[in-house]
Design a protein around this ligand. Structure first.
Ligand SMILES: [Zn+2]
Length: 344
């Protein structure tokens, strides 16, 4: 997969820069559709907005599904305050200090964009005592927009209203040392990897062992991403992320294989199969446990599907904050998926 790394990293960068908080994912899905078209690959888009690409296999009776989600964290206009500042509600789960002082864009229903900054209501040490001790809660955070507004009416006149989406600046950077730093690597890193895998399949005329569905889901961060999947799927791999940190076994340089998350253990046999593929092919892998983590595999299982599930992905440091991973972890994840697809 080494020769696909430039393509994958470019796709991760491009995808990270396309705003797609849960509920507003059509631009990211449209981007994926356009890129599939360049590869002459057909796809279907479900009512909910999930994009599915299917490749026939040697065996078409049984199917596999490999998912990545393109919805991300974000926010929404909750209230326009009398002083013209904007109270927000969050989309997905994150610490508010992770978005403090972050640039953002508010998009109106008419498609107009306004920039702003997410700040606390006491954003300056020159004015407020103990500003650092202010609890970072939704009541104490707001968006200050970059327009000359003094009151609520001024803001309404711009077309901004309750319910408008707020996009966080992803601040995507790829360093010379191979690190990829950005918001929303969860799960744009995996979506980029899946595009690379699809390109590899097409250009090398790879025939998967079983009919294989690539699912780009859109409601993962709120718990029902890949809830509806093709009927005959017997193995489901959610490509998401590993979570490295204190006490964790995950790594930014490895493909992380989840043994247990908040919904319980993943399938033992499938996990063993994936680990064996890593061992046989010298793929750097780590197994780990994520107590505060759910995935598309859980969403699909909860909605009554019957399959073996696994969760894999590159290690993403500082997840749901300003995230970081490394090209090595991305490559190892791509390698595992490429070998899995052609395995029995
Ligand atoms: Zn995720």
């Amino acid at each position: 997969m080494e020769e696909y790394m430039d393509y994958i990293v470019n796709q991760i960068e491009s995808l990270a820069k396309i705003p797609s908080p849960t509920g507003y994912t059509y631009r990211a899905i449209e981007y994926i559709k356009e890129n599939l078209k360049k590869l002459n690959v057909d796809c279907t888009i479900t009512n909910k907005g999930t994009l599915i690409v299917t490749f026939d296999g040697k065996n078409n009776e049984k199917e596999r599904a490999i998912s990545a989600h393109v919805d991300t964290l974000g926010a929404m206009v909750k209230e326009i305050k009398s002083n013209g500042h904007i109270a927000m509600d969050i989309i997905g789960g994150y610490m508010l200090n992770a978005v403090e002082c972050e640039n953002c864009v508010i998009e109106t229903m008419d498609g107009k964009d306004y920039t702003g900054t997410i700040l606390t209501t006491k954003p300056s040490v020159h004015i407020y005592d103990n500003a650092d001790e202010l609890k970072r809660s939704l009541e104490n955070m707001e968006v200050v927009i970059d327009e000359k507004v003094e009151n609520k009416d001024d803001v309404l006149k711009l077309g901004i209203d309750v319910g408008d989406f707020i996009f966080l600046d992803p601040r995507t950077q790829v360093t010379k040392s191979g690190f990829i730093k950005s918001r929303h690597l969860d799960d744009k890193a995996s979506a980029g990897i899946l595009l690379g895998i699809i390109k590899w399949i097409v250009e090398n005329n790879i025939v998967p062992e079983y009919k294989t569905n690539f699912i780009f889901s859109v409601y993962e961060e709120v718990g029902h991403g890949a809830s509806s999947i093709p009927k005959n799927v017997f193995e489901f791999i959610a490509v998401d992320m590993g979570a490295p940190g204190e006490g964790q076994n995950s790594s930014e340089y490895a493909v992380c294989i989840c043994a247990k998350d908040s919904t319980g253990p993943t399938d033992f046999e499938l996990r063993k199969k994936l680990i064996n593929i890593c061992k046989e092919n010298n793929i750097n892998y780590r197994t780990d446990i994520y107590p505060h983590y759910g995935s598309d595999a859980a969403a699909a299982l909860r909605s009554g599907n019957d399959f073996k599930s696994a969760i894999i992905g590159t290690g993403v440091f500082a997840s749901h904050a300003y995230e970081r991973t490394h090209e090595d972890g991305v490559l190892n994840t791509a390698k595992l998926i490429s070998k899995y697809i052609i395995s029995k």
